[in-house]
Design a protein around this ligand. Structure first.
Ligand SMILES: *Cc1c(COP(=O)(O)O)cnc(C)c1O
Length: 376
């Protein structure tokens, strides 16, 4: 099978899911235990009873499509990923609608990005069909784990890593693709609150174009930990990175893209190249254009942002990504400036776009762009 550019129809998906061998656990959590785990899930700490898995061998391609009990992986100490970090991942969510049906958001975009990330890390590409089927097979097996509280969802984490035990520096001849799932509650307990951002002038995220910034590669996150730790020690929530070539232009946060809303109503966001192409970013661009805003993707000098905030030309500044959806930014600082955005409050367009997007995801608004795919 090849990677296709069209949306997979649910009817096709049925056949693909049926190819997965479902090996159920003998020891699923009881309904009581699950209910208590689902009551207040802390991000990334609780996992469902199963995981989806495919194995790739250079001689056979992708094989052994299965859903198996969630549990530890046994790895040889020489497993390639532990030494050279040949690993990529995705992040998406399954949402329960009021009628009990379960949906996901633009999953073909995740599938294509996963293939692009795999290519950059010299990992084998997984077809869009296998990617979507592995998601659907797991969500259907663990359907009781999709929470139904407000702003709650089942976070899905597909990932791929070099599993061959070999210390040579070359692409691995054996690779695993897994999907694990974790129920999550609202990202902001007690309502959306603007975050503070420290601008990193000392560290970059993933290098200039040609580096790994446009791949969802685990190593990019490893590189962001020290700057994040230093920013937190100074009392900030998150780090914003500058471009790796000139340290002049805004890029993004460690795991979220950024947008500026100008006083004249135009919306600006850093152009693609060395940033990760967020699916939330792409959707926000569409929703802002639908509302009649001109959206400009370009290189944005950090000086322009700071002066714009000071002069009132920049009215709103926000970050976006699957986990937190849309997050207002209330303060931006570095070693030589410290400015408040919009009086430190959440911006109007920021919050309107956030509601509009979540209304589509939770089935409360018309899905006019055909972004949702039903999983169960
Ligand atoms: C995942 C990610 C994003 C957000 O992407 P979405 O598809 O919107 O979730 C942004 N920046 C980085 C570095 C990321 O890893």
């Amino acid at each position: 099978m090849t990677t296709t550019s069209h949306n997979i129809l649910p009817a096709d998906l049925e056949d693909l899911v049926a190819r997965f061998d479902v090996r159920r656990t003998d020891a699923p959590r009881s309904e009581d235990e699950r209910t208590s785990l689902l009551a207040k899930p802390k991000f990334g700490t609780v996992f469902t009873d199963h995981m989806a898995r495919l194995t790739w061998r250079s001689a056979d391609g992708w094989t052994d499509r299965r859903v198996e009990p969630y549990g530890p992986l046994q790895l040889d100490p020489a497993t390639a990923v532990l030494h050279y970090a040949q690993e990529i991942f995705e992040g998406m969510k399954a949402y329960k609608h009021a009628d009990g049906s379960v949906w996901t958001f633009r999953p073909e975009q995740n599938a294509r990005r996963y293939a692009r990330s795999a290519h950059r890390l010299a990992l084998p590409e997984l077809s869009e069909e296998d990617f979507l089927a592995s998601i659907a097979a797991l969500v259907r097996t663990d359907i009781e784990w999709v929470p139904d509280g407000e702003d709650s969802s089942l976070y899905l984490r597909p990932f791929m890593f070099a599993s061959e035990a070999f210390l040579g520096v070359r692409p691995a001849l054996q690779v695993e693709h897994l999907v694990i799932a974790s129920p999550v509650g609202p990202y902001f307990a007690g309502g959306v609150k603007p975050v503070s951002i420290f601008l990193s002038e000392k560290y970059h995220r993933a290098g200039p174009p040609g580096g790994t910034g446009d791949a969802k590669f685990g190593g990019n996150y490893a590189a962001s930990l020290l700057p994040q730790q230093e920013a937190q020690q100074r009392g900030f929530d998150q780090v914003c990175f500058l471009d790796g070539a000139e340290s002049t232009y805004l890029e993004e946060l460690g795991g979220m893209n950024i947008f500026l809303v100008m006083a004249d109503g135009t919306v600006h966001t850093p152009g693609l190249g060395s940033i990760l192409e967020g699916i939330t970013r792409k959707s926000i661009i569409q929703l802002a254009r639908d509302r009649g805003h001109e959206v400009v993707e370009r290189r944005i000098p950090v000086r322009e942002l700071v002066e714009g905030i000071e002069s009132g030309r920049v009215k709103e500044f926000f970050a976006c990504g699957t986990a937190a959806v849309v997050t207002p930014i209330g303060r931006l600082a570095s070693s030589d400036f410290d400015v408040e955005v919009n009086g430190g409050a959440s911006g109007e367009l920021t919050m309107a776009l956030r509601s509009e997007l979540t209304d589509i995801q939770y089935g409360r608004a018309d899905d006019r762009h055909g972004w949702m795919m039903r999983l169960a």
